[in-house]
Ligand binder design. Sequence first.
Ligand code: GRG
Length: 282
Amino acid sequence: MQTTRQDIENTLREIVDRMPEGTLYEAAKYALLSGGKRLRPLLFCAVLESYRIDPKPYLEIASSVEMIHNYSLIHDDLPAMDDDDLRRGRPTVHRQFDEATAILTGDALLTDAFKVLASQTHIKPVRLSRLIDILATHSGSHGIVHGQSLDLAKDGQPPSIERLRTIHIHKTARLLQAPLMMAATLVNDKDIKTWQSVGESLGLAFQIQDDLLEITGAEETTGKSMSDERNKKTTYATLLGIKKSKALIDEEFAQVDRLLEGLAIDKAPFDSLLKKIKNRHY
Ligand code: GRG
């Protein structure tokens, strides 16, 4: 996994280095090459490896998802959204540069992600268009943008677990489902639905973990501002308490295990990534 991670870092650097020099390039480099966990591209590669396919020829596809993820973090941190000062232990992009640069950097990463994907000419056109469709669907008005909009909505609706679940499925799970489904599209179309369900459970577990880290973690460990309390956010932890939230995380991970049991794959690569996610502290 360490080699794959380094391969992903190298690919992201190559991609960002194609940008023309200037403030936008500096800000994109600052945002993209700042030590994220690279979970989404690692999930993509782990699926390929579980079908015994070498991820090397597909690293740019994996990176396109990470570009979308980074754009969403930059925009999420903006004053009009979560208004955060810290991300991955460093000032957020609008703090380090300025707000206009942060907006443009997000715009550039979002758009360039699709350019990177569309230029994978070694993939058959039908398959490539499916990859683009999956990434667009999970990023746009059916995906994380919808989740963010629901999260920010001041529509007077009372907080409930059902509403929170819908927000998390869109805001968090959609961009974990995308790399799983994209990898499955390349190797075994029949399994896409199962990977979609794996992504939904994983996304819910991941987000509830995040909510708990907001309470139990420290800024030095998580590397980000703990803004939920400041923004008076409703989370699983505030609605259900820590114990029940932990039980829900276990349930979602158990569901992931059950779903994986139904696939004819080598489970080891995916299991080792799952183990890392289960034990994460940031
Ligand atoms: C489209 C503006 C916009 C936002 C979409 C993704 C998102 C919604 C907001 C970002 C903030 C947030 C709490 C997202 C939920 C998913 C999540 C826990 C993101 C953090 O992902 P990690 O932990 O981050 O993988 P690193 O830094 O490791 O890459």
